[in-house]
Write a protein that binds this ligand. Sequence first.
Ligand code: LLP
Length: 389
Amino acid sequence: MFNHQDISRFESIETPFYYYDLDLLRRTLAACKMAADQYGFHVHYAMKANFNPRVLDAVRNSGIGADCVSGNEVKKAAEIGFDPGNIVFAGVGKSDREINDALGLDIFSFNVESIQELGVLNGLAAARNKIARVAIRINPNVDAHTHHNITTGLEENKFGINTWELAECVKELKQSPNLEFIGIHFHIGSQVTDLEVFKSLCLRVNDIRNWFEDHQLHIRVLNVGGGLGIDYHHPDEKAIVDFEAYFKVFDQFLERRHGQEVHFELGRALVAQCGNLVSRVLYVKNGQKKNFLVLDAGMTELIRPMLYQAYHQMENLSVLKLAGNERNTTRYDVVGPICESTDCFGKEVEMPVARRNDLIVIRSAGAYGEVMASGYNLRDRVTSVYSES
Ligand code: LLP
Protein backbone atom coordinates (compact mmCIF):
# COMPACT_ATOMS: atom_id res chain seq x y z
CA MET A 1 0.00 0.00 0.00
CA PHE A 2 1.55 3.29 -1.05
CA ASN A 3 0.86 6.64 0.58
CA HIS A 4 0.98 10.09 -1.00
CA GLN A 5 4.50 10.65 0.27
CA ASP A 6 5.75 7.49 -1.49
CA ILE A 7 4.04 8.53 -4.69
CA SER A 8 5.51 12.05 -4.60
CA ARG A 9 8.93 10.48 -4.06
CA PHE A 10 8.45 8.09 -6.99
CA GLU A 11 7.47 11.01 -9.23
CA SER A 12 10.94 12.48 -8.86
CA ILE A 13 12.78 9.25 -9.78
CA GLU A 14 13.59 8.05 -13.28
CA THR A 15 11.59 4.91 -14.11
CA PRO A 16 11.62 1.95 -14.33
CA PHE A 17 13.03 0.96 -10.94
CA TYR A 18 12.54 -1.65 -8.26
CA TYR A 19 11.25 -0.34 -4.97
CA TYR A 20 11.94 -2.42 -1.85
CA ASP A 21 10.06 -2.02 1.42
CA LEU A 22 12.84 -3.02 3.82
CA ASP A 23 10.62 -2.83 6.87
CA LEU A 24 8.22 -5.38 5.36
CA LEU A 25 11.21 -7.54 4.43
CA ARG A 26 12.53 -7.50 8.00
CA ARG A 27 9.11 -8.27 9.42
CA THR A 28 8.71 -11.18 7.01
CA LEU A 29 12.12 -12.60 7.90
CA ALA A 30 11.39 -12.27 11.62
CA ALA A 31 8.01 -14.00 11.24
CA CYS A 32 9.65 -16.88 9.37
CA LYS A 33 12.50 -17.21 11.84
CA MET A 34 10.18 -17.14 14.83
CA ALA A 35 7.86 -19.79 13.37
CA ALA A 36 10.80 -22.02 12.41
CA ASP A 37 12.59 -21.63 15.76
CA GLN A 38 9.51 -22.83 17.54
CA TYR A 39 9.98 -26.26 15.97
CA GLY A 40 13.79 -26.18 15.97
CA PHE A 41 13.83 -25.95 12.14
CA HIS A 42 16.74 -24.39 10.21
CA VAL A 43 16.01 -22.01 7.32
CA HIS A 44 18.32 -21.13 4.43
CA TYR A 45 17.41 -18.33 2.04
CA ALA A 46 17.37 -19.33 -1.64
CA MET A 47 19.60 -16.52 -2.82
CA LYS A 48 18.56 -17.01 -6.43
CA ALA A 49 15.24 -15.32 -5.61
CA ASN A 50 16.95 -11.98 -5.04
CA PHE A 51 20.60 -11.14 -4.45
CA ASN A 52 20.18 -7.40 -4.22
CA PRO A 53 22.81 -6.34 -1.61
CA ARG A 54 20.30 -4.62 0.70
CA VAL A 55 18.04 -7.68 0.61
CA LEU A 56 20.97 -9.97 1.39
CA ASP A 57 22.06 -7.76 4.29
CA ALA A 58 18.62 -8.02 5.84
CA VAL A 59 18.58 -11.80 5.40
CA ARG A 60 22.03 -12.24 6.92
CA ASN A 61 21.10 -10.05 9.89
CA SER A 62 18.00 -12.15 10.50
CA GLY A 63 20.14 -15.22 11.25
CA ILE A 64 18.85 -17.20 8.26
CA GLY A 65 21.47 -19.14 6.23
CA ALA A 66 22.15 -19.12 2.46
CA ASP A 67 21.10 -21.64 -0.17
CA CYS A 68 23.21 -21.17 -3.31
CA VAL A 69 23.03 -22.56 -6.83
CA SER A 70 26.25 -21.24 -8.36
CA GLY A 71 29.84 -20.72 -7.32
CA ASN A 72 29.32 -16.98 -7.50
CA GLU A 73 26.37 -17.18 -5.12
CA VAL A 74 28.50 -19.20 -2.69
CA LYS A 75 31.31 -16.66 -2.92
CA LYS A 76 28.95 -13.70 -2.55
CA ALA A 77 27.25 -15.27 0.49
CA ALA A 78 30.61 -15.84 2.21
CA GLU A 79 31.89 -12.37 1.22
CA ILE A 80 28.98 -10.54 2.77
CA GLY A 81 29.26 -12.44 6.01
CA PHE A 82 27.07 -15.53 5.93
CA ASP A 83 28.77 -18.13 8.10
CA PRO A 84 30.14 -20.86 5.74
CA GLY A 85 28.66 -23.35 8.21
CA ASN A 86 25.30 -21.95 7.18
CA ILE A 87 25.79 -22.14 3.37
CA VAL A 88 24.51 -24.98 1.19
CA PHE A 89 25.29 -25.43 -2.50
CA ALA A 90 22.86 -27.16 -4.90
CA GLY A 91 22.67 -27.30 -8.70
CA VAL A 92 22.71 -29.95 -11.42
CA GLY A 93 25.75 -28.50 -13.15
CA LYS A 94 28.44 -27.50 -10.67
CA SER A 95 31.72 -26.92 -12.51
CA ASP A 96 35.09 -28.07 -11.12
CA ARG A 97 36.02 -24.47 -10.44
CA GLU A 98 32.82 -23.84 -8.53
CA ILE A 99 33.29 -27.02 -6.48
CA ASN A 100 36.88 -26.11 -5.70
CA ASP A 101 35.93 -22.62 -4.57
CA ALA A 102 33.22 -24.00 -2.28
CA LEU A 103 35.61 -26.65 -0.90
CA GLY A 104 38.01 -23.83 -0.08
CA LEU A 105 35.30 -22.10 1.94
CA ASP A 106 34.38 -25.26 3.84
CA ILE A 107 30.64 -24.77 3.34
CA PHE A 108 28.08 -26.75 5.32
CA SER A 109 26.91 -29.02 2.50
CA PHE A 110 27.01 -29.84 -1.18
CA ASN A 111 23.57 -30.93 -2.33
CA VAL A 112 24.64 -33.47 -4.93
CA GLU A 113 22.37 -34.06 -7.91
CA SER A 114 23.88 -37.05 -9.76
CA ILE A 115 25.97 -40.14 -9.12
CA GLN A 116 28.65 -38.83 -11.46
CA GLU A 117 28.85 -35.62 -9.41
CA LEU A 118 29.59 -37.72 -6.28
CA GLY A 119 32.68 -39.14 -7.99
CA VAL A 120 33.85 -35.74 -9.20
CA LEU A 121 33.34 -34.15 -5.78
CA ASN A 122 35.18 -36.99 -4.04
CA GLY A 123 38.11 -36.63 -6.46
CA LEU A 124 38.34 -32.85 -6.08
CA ALA A 125 38.07 -33.08 -2.29
CA ALA A 126 40.79 -35.78 -2.19
CA ALA A 127 43.10 -33.60 -4.29
CA ARG A 128 42.78 -30.86 -1.67
CA ASN A 129 42.91 -33.21 1.26
CA LYS A 130 39.42 -32.22 2.35
CA ILE A 131 36.28 -34.00 3.42
CA ALA A 132 33.16 -32.61 1.72
CA ARG A 133 29.84 -32.86 3.53
CA VAL A 134 27.20 -34.16 1.17
CA ALA A 135 23.41 -34.31 1.05
CA ILE A 136 21.90 -36.34 -1.76
CA ARG A 137 19.24 -34.46 -3.72
CA ILE A 138 16.53 -36.95 -4.50
CA ASN A 139 13.81 -36.54 -7.07
CA PRO A 140 10.80 -37.81 -5.08
CA ASN A 141 8.35 -37.83 -8.00
CA VAL A 142 5.84 -35.71 -6.06
CA ASP A 143 3.65 -33.36 -8.10
CA ALA A 144 3.86 -29.79 -6.77
CA HIS A 145 0.66 -28.74 -8.62
CA THR A 146 2.21 -25.53 -9.83
CA HIS A 147 3.10 -24.10 -13.26
CA HIS A 148 4.97 -26.78 -15.26
CA ASN A 149 7.93 -24.45 -15.83
CA ILE A 150 8.59 -24.27 -12.08
CA THR A 151 7.96 -27.92 -11.19
CA THR A 152 11.15 -29.72 -10.23
CA GLY A 153 10.26 -32.92 -8.39
CA LEU A 154 8.90 -35.11 -11.18
CA GLU A 155 10.87 -37.78 -12.99
CA GLU A 156 10.73 -35.77 -16.21
CA ASN A 157 12.67 -32.95 -14.49
CA LYS A 158 16.45 -32.79 -14.64
CA PHE A 159 16.93 -32.32 -10.90
CA GLY A 160 18.17 -34.81 -8.34
CA ILE A 161 18.82 -38.52 -8.25
CA ASN A 162 15.90 -40.85 -9.01
CA THR A 163 14.82 -43.31 -6.33
CA TRP A 164 15.65 -46.27 -8.57
CA GLU A 165 19.28 -45.08 -8.63
CA LEU A 166 19.65 -44.97 -4.85
CA ALA A 167 21.32 -48.38 -4.45
CA GLU A 168 24.07 -47.31 -6.83
CA CYS A 169 24.29 -44.00 -5.02
CA VAL A 170 24.85 -45.71 -1.66
CA LYS A 171 27.55 -47.88 -3.22
CA GLU A 172 29.31 -44.80 -4.57
CA LEU A 173 29.07 -43.03 -1.20
CA LYS A 174 30.53 -46.01 0.63
CA GLN A 175 33.56 -46.01 -1.63
CA SER A 176 34.17 -42.25 -1.40
CA PRO A 177 36.48 -41.60 1.55
CA ASN A 178 36.50 -37.84 0.99
CA LEU A 179 32.72 -37.49 1.27
CA GLU A 180 30.84 -37.32 4.53
CA PHE A 181 27.20 -38.23 3.94
CA ILE A 182 25.01 -36.00 6.10
CA GLY A 183 21.53 -36.31 4.70
CA ILE A 184 18.92 -36.11 1.98
CA HIS A 185 17.62 -33.11 0.06
CA PHE A 186 14.39 -32.46 -1.84
CA HIS A 187 12.84 -29.55 -3.70
CA ILE A 188 9.66 -30.26 -5.61
CA GLY A 189 8.87 -26.90 -7.15
CA SER A 190 8.01 -23.29 -6.55
CA GLN A 191 4.90 -21.18 -5.83
CA VAL A 192 3.20 -24.10 -4.07
CA THR A 193 0.06 -22.82 -2.40
CA ASP A 194 -1.62 -26.10 -1.48
CA LEU A 195 -0.11 -27.27 1.83
CA GLU A 196 -1.34 -30.82 1.13
CA VAL A 197 1.50 -31.03 -1.38
CA PHE A 198 4.01 -30.60 1.45
CA LYS A 199 2.25 -33.30 3.43
CA SER A 200 2.76 -35.68 0.46
CA LEU A 201 6.41 -34.65 0.39
CA CYS A 202 6.80 -35.42 4.12
CA LEU A 203 5.36 -38.91 3.69
CA ARG A 204 7.70 -39.59 0.79
CA VAL A 205 10.71 -38.27 2.73
CA ASN A 206 9.84 -40.57 5.66
CA ASP A 207 9.92 -43.59 3.34
CA ILE A 208 13.16 -42.59 1.68
CA ARG A 209 14.80 -41.85 5.05
CA ASN A 210 13.84 -45.35 6.21
CA TRP A 211 15.35 -46.83 3.08
CA PHE A 212 18.69 -45.10 3.75
CA GLU A 213 18.74 -46.18 7.38
CA ASP A 214 17.98 -49.75 6.30
CA HIS A 215 21.18 -49.46 4.27
CA GLN A 216 23.17 -48.38 7.33
CA LEU A 217 23.50 -44.75 6.28
CA HIS A 218 22.71 -42.48 9.17
CA ILE A 219 20.86 -39.31 8.28
CA ARG A 220 21.58 -36.14 10.22
CA VAL A 221 19.84 -33.64 7.95
CA LEU A 222 16.47 -33.77 6.24
CA ASN A 223 16.45 -30.85 3.78
CA VAL A 224 12.97 -30.39 2.35
CA GLY A 225 13.81 -27.45 0.05
CA GLY A 226 11.58 -24.44 -0.50
CA GLY A 227 8.61 -23.72 -2.67
CA LEU A 228 6.15 -22.04 -0.32
CA GLY A 229 3.98 -19.79 -2.50
CA ILE A 230 2.61 -16.31 -1.89
CA ASP A 231 -0.71 -14.60 -2.66
CA TYR A 232 -0.09 -12.50 -5.78
CA HIS A 233 -3.70 -11.31 -5.69
CA HIS A 234 -3.48 -9.73 -2.22
CA PRO A 235 -0.06 -8.07 -1.87
CA ASP A 236 -1.23 -5.89 1.05
CA GLU A 237 -3.67 -8.08 2.97
CA LYS A 238 -1.42 -11.16 2.62
CA ALA A 239 1.91 -9.35 2.73
CA ILE A 240 3.40 -11.94 5.12
CA VAL A 241 2.88 -15.63 4.38
CA ASP A 242 1.43 -17.89 7.06
CA PHE A 243 4.78 -19.48 7.97
CA GLU A 244 3.26 -20.99 11.06
CA ALA A 245 0.80 -23.12 9.04
CA TYR A 246 3.57 -24.17 6.65
CA PHE A 247 6.04 -25.34 9.31
CA LYS A 248 3.27 -27.03 11.23
CA VAL A 249 2.72 -29.44 8.31
CA PHE A 250 6.33 -30.58 8.59
CA ASP A 251 6.15 -30.79 12.36
CA GLN A 252 3.09 -32.99 12.05
CA PHE A 253 4.02 -35.24 9.15
CA LEU A 254 7.80 -35.41 8.94
CA GLU A 255 9.19 -38.00 11.33
CA ARG A 256 12.37 -36.94 13.05
CA ARG A 257 14.48 -39.60 14.69
CA HIS A 258 17.47 -39.30 16.99
CA GLY A 259 17.71 -35.51 16.79
CA GLN A 260 17.54 -35.26 13.00
CA GLU A 261 17.75 -31.66 11.81
CA VAL A 262 15.13 -30.31 9.40
CA HIS A 263 16.34 -27.73 6.87
CA PHE A 264 14.32 -25.48 4.55
CA GLU A 265 15.31 -23.38 1.54
CA LEU A 266 12.79 -20.59 1.14
CA GLY A 267 13.10 -17.92 -1.53
CA ARG A 268 9.89 -16.39 -2.80
CA ALA A 269 7.98 -16.45 0.49
CA LEU A 270 10.67 -14.29 2.11
CA VAL A 271 11.21 -11.61 -0.52
CA ALA A 272 8.39 -11.46 -3.08
CA GLN A 273 6.02 -9.06 -1.35
CA CYS A 274 8.61 -6.47 -0.35
CA GLY A 275 9.55 -5.71 -3.97
CA ASN A 276 7.65 -3.68 -6.57
CA LEU A 277 8.48 -2.61 -10.09
CA VAL A 278 7.63 1.05 -10.64
CA SER A 279 7.17 2.24 -14.21
CA ARG A 280 5.55 5.06 -16.19
CA VAL A 281 3.03 5.03 -18.98
CA LEU A 282 4.81 6.01 -22.15
CA TYR A 283 1.85 5.83 -24.50
CA VAL A 284 -1.85 5.00 -24.44
CA LYS A 285 -2.90 3.39 -27.72
CA ASN A 286 -6.65 3.16 -28.11
CA GLY A 287 -7.69 0.78 -30.87
CA GLN A 288 -10.92 -0.62 -32.20
CA LYS A 289 -10.34 -4.09 -30.79
CA LYS A 290 -7.98 -3.37 -27.93
CA ASN A 291 -6.47 -0.59 -25.89
CA PHE A 292 -2.79 -0.81 -25.11
CA LEU A 293 -0.97 0.74 -22.22
CA VAL A 294 2.69 0.96 -23.19
CA LEU A 295 4.95 1.08 -20.14
CA ASP A 296 8.64 1.97 -19.91
CA ALA A 297 9.24 -1.39 -18.13
CA GLY A 298 9.07 -4.65 -20.01
CA MET A 299 10.16 -8.27 -19.98
CA THR A 300 13.75 -7.07 -19.57
CA GLU A 301 12.86 -5.87 -16.05
CA LEU A 302 10.29 -8.52 -15.03
CA ILE A 303 9.95 -11.65 -17.14
CA ARG A 304 7.65 -13.73 -14.91
CA PRO A 305 4.37 -12.86 -16.71
CA MET A 306 5.92 -13.76 -20.07
CA LEU A 307 7.73 -16.91 -18.92
CA TYR A 308 5.20 -18.44 -16.55
CA GLN A 309 1.98 -16.57 -17.41
CA ALA A 310 2.33 -15.22 -13.88
CA TYR A 311 -0.16 -12.76 -12.47
CA HIS A 312 1.14 -9.58 -10.82
CA GLN A 313 -1.28 -6.97 -9.53
CA MET A 314 -0.89 -3.61 -11.27
CA GLU A 315 -1.95 -0.28 -9.80
CA ASN A 316 -2.04 3.21 -11.25
CA LEU A 317 -0.44 5.28 -8.47
CA SER A 318 -1.16 8.61 -10.16
CA VAL A 319 -4.87 7.85 -9.86
CA LEU A 320 -4.49 6.88 -6.18
CA LYS A 321 -3.21 10.38 -5.62
CA LEU A 322 -6.41 11.95 -6.92
CA ALA A 323 -8.90 12.85 -4.22
CA GLY A 324 -12.07 11.05 -5.37
CA ASN A 325 -12.90 8.48 -7.96
CA GLU A 326 -12.09 10.87 -10.75
CA ARG A 327 -11.40 8.48 -13.60
CA ASN A 328 -13.53 5.76 -15.18
CA THR A 329 -12.05 2.35 -15.76
CA THR A 330 -11.38 0.56 -19.02
CA ARG A 331 -9.56 -2.58 -20.20
CA TYR A 332 -5.95 -2.53 -21.35
CA ASP A 333 -3.37 -4.95 -22.58
CA VAL A 334 -0.46 -3.70 -20.46
CA VAL A 335 2.69 -4.06 -22.54
CA GLY A 336 6.37 -3.12 -22.43
CA PRO A 337 8.62 -1.47 -25.02
CA ILE A 338 10.53 -4.63 -26.03
CA CYS A 339 10.32 -5.84 -29.63
CA GLU A 340 8.58 -9.13 -28.80
CA SER A 341 4.86 -9.86 -28.93
CA THR A 342 5.13 -11.73 -25.63
CA ASP A 343 6.24 -8.53 -23.89
CA CYS A 344 2.90 -8.23 -22.12
CA PHE A 345 2.28 -7.95 -18.35
CA GLY A 346 -1.42 -8.70 -18.59
CA LYS A 347 -4.23 -8.85 -21.11
CA GLU A 348 -7.59 -7.10 -20.78
CA VAL A 349 -6.66 -5.72 -17.37
CA GLU A 350 -9.39 -3.51 -15.91
CA MET A 351 -7.75 -0.26 -14.80
CA PRO A 352 -8.57 3.43 -14.46
CA VAL A 353 -8.26 5.32 -17.76
CA ALA A 354 -4.56 6.14 -17.98
CA ARG A 355 -2.61 9.14 -19.19
CA ARG A 356 0.93 9.53 -20.41
CA ASN A 357 3.41 9.66 -17.49
CA ASP A 358 1.07 8.01 -14.98
CA LEU A 359 3.01 5.86 -12.51
CA ILE A 360 2.13 2.17 -12.72
CA VAL A 361 3.37 -0.16 -10.00
CA ILE A 362 3.67 -3.91 -10.55
CA ARG A 363 3.32 -5.62 -7.20
CA SER A 364 4.88 -8.71 -5.55
CA ALA A 365 7.97 -8.48 -7.74
CA GLY A 366 10.67 -8.98 -5.10
CA ALA A 367 11.32 -12.64 -5.97
CA TYR A 368 12.71 -13.64 -9.37
CA GLY A 369 12.24 -10.07 -10.61
CA GLU A 370 15.35 -7.90 -10.54
CA VAL A 371 17.61 -10.97 -10.62
CA MET A 372 16.08 -12.22 -13.86
CA ALA A 373 16.46 -8.84 -15.60
CA SER A 374 18.32 -8.89 -18.91
CA GLY A 375 20.00 -6.47 -21.25
CA TYR A 376 17.98 -7.58 -24.29
CA ASN A 377 17.45 -4.72 -26.76
CA LEU A 378 20.51 -3.15 -25.09
CA ARG A 379 18.33 -1.93 -22.26
CA ASP A 380 19.77 -0.10 -19.26
CA ARG A 381 20.22 -2.17 -16.12
CA VAL A 382 17.18 -1.59 -13.90
CA THR A 383 17.92 0.43 -10.74
CA SER A 384 16.71 -0.08 -7.16
CA VAL A 385 15.25 2.30 -4.62
CA TYR A 386 14.58 1.54 -0.94
CA SER A 387 12.04 2.60 1.64
CA GLU A 388 14.94 3.98 3.68
CA SER A 389 18.35 5.36 2.71
N1 LLP B 1 15.79 -24.84 -3.34
C1 LLP B 1 16.04 -25.20 -4.60
C2 LLP B 1 16.91 -26.37 -4.84
C3 LLP B 1 15.47 -24.49 -5.67
O1 LLP B 1 15.73 -24.87 -6.93
C4 LLP B 1 14.65 -23.38 -5.42
C5 LLP B 1 14.05 -22.60 -6.51
C6 LLP B 1 14.41 -23.02 -4.08
C7 LLP B 1 15.00 -23.77 -3.06
C8 LLP B 1 13.57 -21.84 -3.68
O2 LLP B 1 12.26 -21.98 -4.08
P1 LLP B 1 11.15 -20.91 -3.62
O3 LLP B 1 11.01 -20.99 -2.12
O4 LLP B 1 11.58 -19.56 -4.06
O5 LLP B 1 9.93 -21.35 -4.34
N2 LLP B 1 11.90 -18.14 -11.54
C9 LLP B 1 10.74 -18.88 -11.07
C10 LLP B 1 11.05 -19.71 -9.84
C11 LLP B 1 12.21 -20.66 -10.01
C12 LLP B 1 12.55 -21.40 -8.75
C13 LLP B 1 13.85 -22.11 -8.88
N3 LLP B 1 14.22 -22.86 -7.74
C14 LLP B 1 9.61 -17.90 -10.83
O6 LLP B 1 9.78 -16.71 -11.05
O7 LLP B 1 8.50 -18.30 -10.45
